[in-house]
Design a protein around this ligand. Structure first.
Ligand code: MN
Length: 290
């Protein structure tokens, strides 16, 4: 607790939210509704929102606007203008998302590996306003104890999408090395729009045909080495759609976000304490788990 020269207590600590693998698409109105509700009702309580990849189910290019991409940009830019900083880390499905859309939606694109230093006591943007909201979040956590699990984590935190840990998925890693080369990505961006749209349709069709194709999980030996190499104590990621908390020999912690499907989750970080909130996704949007 800090005291300002006026003797007013400033209890607020920056609140960061983390989400991943929303997989927004025209074919899942329930997920779109839940996401827009998250953006208007949950995210404004935070100072920062980190989207850890695969926000969209597929990204055909910044020059291909759909009613969905336009709507999402409107909601996100409104959130940003209200004072919430938004960060987007590319996933394996929307890595082609570029500066143009980022500008439109008012978010910053992060590198595929981002080290987040957690400030313990930094200034809030608007103390009184946020003190109230911070109390709100604490209360929410208490009110919904069944669906919020908390743990204390150490800084720095490494944010990644998570596919880099899945080294046993050989075919995917080969594809990734190929498609992420700047030259290939540049060529891809220059393909005719109609061709990219057909490609997007084909990929969507394929994922409909194989709805339950399991994503290969992380390789644990590799992850242990990865922790040491990056010298971080905490990793937060998505991609595998296997929500969980994994602890390693030297005390490191890997926190995995779920995807958004029949249920979804988000993480709240405040004062070094990370809490997971889980909710149901229905046609009405986010719904509390009872
Ligand atoms: Mn992914």
């Amino acid at each position: 607790m800090e005291r300002s020269y006026l003797g007013v207590q400033s209890a607020h600590h920056p609140i960061s939210l983390f989400i991943s693998d929303i997989h927004l698409s025209e074919s899942r109105n329930d997920i779109v509704t839940a996401f827009l509700q998250f953006v208007t009702e949950v995210a404004p309580k935070a100072d920062r929102l980190y989207i850890l990849g695969d926000l969209f189910d597929f990204w055909a290019g910044d020059d291909i606007a759909t009613p969905l991409t336009e709507k999402v940009a409107v909601y996100l830019s409104k959130l940003a203008k209200s004072g919430v900083e938004i960060f987007f880390l590319p996933g394996n499905r929307d890595f082609a998302l570029g500066k143009r859309y980022a500008q439109q939606a008012h978010f910053q694109i992060l590198p595929t590996e981002y080290r987040l230093i957690v400030e313990k006591d930094s200034e809030a943007k608007s103390l009184n306003y946020l003190n109230d909201i911070s109390d709100d979040i604490d209360k929410n956590i208490d009110d919904s104890r069944e669906s919020a699990d908390c743990l204390d984590i150490d800084s720095p935190i490494l944010l990644i999408h998570g596919d880099e840990l899945c080294i046993d998925d050989l075919a995917y890693q080969r594809y990734k090395r190929w498609i992420r080369q700047p030259m290939i990505l540049g060529l891809l961006r220059r393909l005719p729009r109609t061709y990219r749209l057909r490609l997007a349709d084909k990929i969507r069709q394929k994922s409909r045909d194989l709805p339950n194709k399991a994503i290969i999980d992380v390789n644990e030996d590799f992850t242990e080495r990865f922790f040491a190499q990056k010298s971080v104590s905490t990793i937060i990621h998505g991609h595998t759609h296997r929500a969980g908390i994994h602890r390693y020999r030297k005390g490191q912690i890997r926190v995995v976000l779920s995807d958004w499907d029949r249920t979804g989750d988000y993480l709240v970080l405040e004062k070094g304490r990370l809490c997971r909130h889980t909710f149901k996704i229905t046609n009405q949007g986010m719904e509390a788990i009872r």
